[in-house]
Design a protein around this ligand. Structure first.
Ligand SMILES: [Fe+2]
Length: 393
């Protein structure tokens, strides 16, 4: 059934494909920007990706104002303030983020500070607290997972107080997302697998959560179709440019889907596994997804049935009776996890991801307070979360 009312918002321009990086200087000129600050991390520098990016600017007439290449794995308040100072010192007028979710989230945080002209990020925590027009932001994802290049969310770690600060505003959306196959081809198999399963989770939760809508459904199913066909190949044969590019598209589409619907209990419990036991986000998603689906199937089993076709393909879909398709979909997710484990060692149980059994009760408590619980299609009590965690352990 369609929702009585919904809104969908995605104004991000997408330049994708061969030599997409080379279009950025022109796009900056269109945005009246001429002195971008580049935000990236040491992994990108060491993989030679920053060099590829810089080469694409040669002869373009655009001067890079400054480069910050020390973004930490968890975007932090300290890094945001350091970069904002650099932005002002070097008279920059725009931002280019190259990296995974951390670099892009950091760039969004920097944008808040320099655009709102206030270094106290805490004033802007929550939804729709921004008022100033933000500086043009170009996002170049180098992982295929978060979809942060098309989301209105940023999460910044406040290490001093031990909390993650969430920001949500349509003003945070990048102006341009650039998917260039050169930027994801060196991603290691373990990260390809984990971030890929993050995308799969975004698509499945966007398609089944309480705030789903027909536009997010379209992106979610298209994302699942690409991920179903390409995640194993991209993990197994990283040099396969087509599979890499397909996963970059899957990640972007799943990102725009959940940015406009929401996620659900996999993310709520996964965030708690991250904060309480330092489980990598993508690994947590992969591990928890089949068990949360099993819990949710009494409420959205018909939707899981529908997802079997895009995710597993026509042959499997037609070979299974209608009444068995929901269970088959969950089985395909589990099989995908095990296949990925065989290829690259991705953990498929919490016990393999560094979680101790004694931590499960605390993780369940923390998960219940997560905002992502609210749009889950079936309400969870403490014991439900604990049962899911024990099954996933
Ligand atoms: Fe996620």
């Amino acid at each position: 059934m369609l929702p009585v009312y919904y809104e969908y918002h995605n104004p991000v321009k997408i330049n994708a494909g061969k030599n997409a990086l080379e279009t950025i200087p022109h796009e900056l000129k269109v945005m009246n920007a001429s002195r971008p600050l580049v935000i990236t991390d040491q992994g990108i520098v060491n993989a030679g990706l920053l060099d590829i990016f810089l080469a694409s600017f040669k002869g373009s007439g655009i001067t890079i104002g400054a480069i910050y290449d020390k973004t930490p794995p968890d975007s932090s308040v300290v890094a945001v303030n350091e970069i904002a100072t650099l932005f002002q010192q070097e008279n920059c007028d725009s931002l280019i983020a190259i990296g995974g979710g951390s670099s892009i989230d950091t760039a969004k945080g920097v944008n808040i500070v320099v655009s709102e002209k206030d270094s106290d990020l805490r004033k802007f925590i929550g939804a729709d607290r921004l008022t100033a027009t933000q500086k043009p932001l170009v996002a170049i994802p180098t992982t295929s997972g978060t979809g942060s290049e098309v989301t209105l969310v940023s999460v910044i770690l406040d290490a001093e107080n031990g909390v993650k600060l969430p920001f949500t505003s349509r003003l945070l959306l990048p102006k341009l997302a650039v998917l260039d196959p050169r930027m994801t081809r060196s991603l290691p198999p373990r990260i390809t697998a984990a971030t890929g399963m993050d995308s799969v989770t975004h698509a499945i939760e966007a398609y089944t959560c309480l705030q789903k809508n027909p536009i997010s459904d379209a992106y979610a199913t298209a994302a699942l179709k690409l991920a179903g066909k390409n995640l194993i190949t991209a993990t197994e044969k990283g040099s396969n440019v087509d599979a890499r590019f397909a996963m970059a598209n899957a990640s972007l589409m799943a990102g725009t889907a959940f940015s406009n619907s929401m996620v659900g209990a996999v993310h709520a419990i996964g965030h708690a596994c991250g904060s309480e036991a330092h489980v990598h986000h993508g690994n947590a998603m992969a591990i928890l997804l089949p068990y949360v689906m099993k819990f949710n199937m009494s409420h959205v089993g018909n939707l899981y049935e529908e997802l079997l076709l895009p995710f597993a393909g026509e042959e499997i879909y037609l070979s299974v009776k209608k009444e068995d398709r929901c269970k088959k979909m969950i089985e395909v997710v589990l099989l995908t996890n095990h296949h990925l484990q065989k290829i690259c060692g991705m953990p498929v149980k919490l016990s393999q991801a560094g979680v101790d059994f004694s931590q499960l009760e605390k993780i369940a408590e923390v998960a219940l307070d997560e905002g992502a619980m609210l749009p889950n299609p079936k309400e969870l009590a403490y014991n439900d979360v604990l049962s899911i965690l024990k099954e996933a352990f």
